[in-house]
Write a protein that binds this ligand. Structure first.
Ligand code: HEM
Length: 438
């Protein structure tokens, strides 16, 4: 079995123990699949930016599970196919374009909190998931999924379950076992397909150019003049559904948890909002002044990186960190471990947003912090995500305090992303800027 049992029993603990026991480069095996775990920023840099051509996405991302979910979308495609799709999608993520999404982000957040009542108990995880799904679909596809959002959210939650329990066995066996879970997975995937295909069909039928990503993808032509099929479009839309909402939602949910457990940081956060915004709506122009809010987002992604590990496969023999790595080896790098490494961070387990000064960032080895990955396959939505997190945190923090429910247990459930196992329950407390101004 190699290390499979131990890994599946306690992924995060296992990842950390390997580094402590064996150092920066650890050779291991899942069933018959050789794998190497890299912990040092220099080795991570080698894989992601120095020699990225020697690596494709790992076996887990190429498995049937992932193929069924996102097909040959941007996250999973390779080579020329990936290059073309990346080039096509890039304009939707250019700086000015991203700034134009700010209003949608703030408006949808205001709409969400307008339904909250003082003293009400809420779970921030599904709340943030619903919010970010609505935002990404509105910004990139000009579609309102408010009526489907609960259904899509619940389905996605179920869908990623196979990635947690016994995950490694499933990707190695490539989902060939005809288990009830297998059939359930396919039925759920079909449910989301229906929503995605509906969005595509509506746009094709209207023939309108909304100037958004969906219009650009619909208009794109291959060299031979052919257009993207519904299936190709589905893969891209689904990829952005998946990659573009849960990660940001998790960063916000963990930020509320961290603020709830660190009253001094929460006070500073509110003070910044009162000073920069008062009771005015935040805009993209406020971002440079919402410094502490940005530091909260960064520190939250350091401690609870939504994507807590990255995987590649070596396509040719190479040398990493002084070790020979044969082709076919799975190469794993873990934000979870490297971003908590005491060689790079003082008090690595502590939530200290203030550590993110310009000076600190300059001194930090590049890949000691890589929540968005790096190199050519770096997250295309990184600036979209940063803006969304800051604006949504600010819009909510302006109006309410989210007080943690004291006896609610908060623990981590690593399933493709770092989720709070039983959610993060909070009580809503209204606040008025002046009452908290310092
Ligand atoms: C806090 C929020 C986010 C985090 C932590 C995050 C993290 C990542 C990481 C680590 C990768 C690289 C995966 C790899 O190298 O194997 C990635 C890729 C990607 N992300 Fe994000 N992401 C976030 C938000 C978003 C958003 C908002 C979008 C879109 C709206 C998005 C779309 C994508 C896409 C399409 C890729 C594949 C890019 C490519 O391979 O060309 N992500 N993301």
């Amino acid at each position: 079995m190699g290390v499979m049992r131990e890994f599946n029993r306690d992924q995060l603990g296992f990842i950390e123990r390997l580094r402590l026991d064996y150092g920066d480069v650890v050779w291991t095996r899942f069933l018959y699949v050789p794998a190497i775990f890299l912990y040092h920023p220099d080795d991570i840099e080698y894989v992601l930016t120095t020699n990225p051509k020697n690596f494709i996405k790992s076996m887990s991302l190429r498995s049937n599970f992932f193929q069924r979910l996102v097909g040959k979308g941007l996250l999973t495609s390779q080579g020329d196919e990936w290059k073309r799709q990346r080039r096509l999608s890039q304009p939707a993520f250019h700086r000015e374009r991203v700034a134009s999404y700010a209003n949608v982000m703030v408006d949808y957040t205001e709409r969400l909190i307008s339904k909250w009542q003082e003293g009400e108990t809420r779970d921030t995880h599904p709340d943030m998931m619903r919010l970010t799904l609505e935002i990404v679909v509105q910004c990139l596809f000009s579609a309102d999924v408010s009526s489907d959002v609960d259904d899509v959210g619940a389905t996605l939650k179920e869908l990623v379950k196979p990635f947690a329990a016994q995950a490694t066995l499933k990707w190695i066996l490539n989902n060939r076992l005809p288990t009830p879970a297998h059939f359930r997975f396919h039925a759920l995937a079909k449910k989301i397909d229906n929503v995605v295909y509906r969005i595509i069909a509506e746009r094709r039928a209207s023939g309108r150019d909304e100037g958004d990503l969906l219009s650009m993808l619909l208009a794109a032509r291959d060299e031979d003049g052919s257009q993207m099929t519904d299936r190709q479009l589905r893969d891209e839309v689904m990829t952005l559904f998946l990659a573009g909402h849960e990660t940001t939602a998790l960063t916000m949910a963990w930020s509320w948890y961290l603020l709830g457990t660190h009253p001094e940081s929460e006070r500073k956060f509110h003070a910044e909002l009162d000073e920069v915004l008062g009771d005015r709506k935040p805009t993209a122009a406020d971002l440079p002044r919402l410094k502490f809010t940005e530091q909260i987002a960064k520190e939250s992604m350091r401690l609870y990186p939504p994507a807590y590990g990255l995987g590649r496969e070596a396509i040719d023999d190479c040398e990493i960190g002084g070790y020979q790595v044969p082709k076919g080896t799975q190469v794993f790098m873990f934000q979870w471990a490297t971003q908590r490494d005491p060689r790079f961070y003082d008090e690595p387990q502590a939530f200290r947003p203030e550590r993110w000064t310009e000076d600190f960032i300059e001194r930090l080895p590049k890949y000691a912090y890589f929540p968005f990955g790096g190199g050519p396959r770096v997250c295309i939505g990184a600036s979209f995500a940063m803006m969304e997190i800051i604006l949504c945190l600010a819009t909510i923090g302006q109006k309410v305090r989210l007080e943690l429910v004291p006896d609610h247990p908060v623990s981590i459930y690593p399933a493709m992303s770092l989720r709070p196992k039983d959610g993060i329950k909070v009580v809503v407390r209204n606040r008025t800027p002046s009452a908290y101004a310092v």
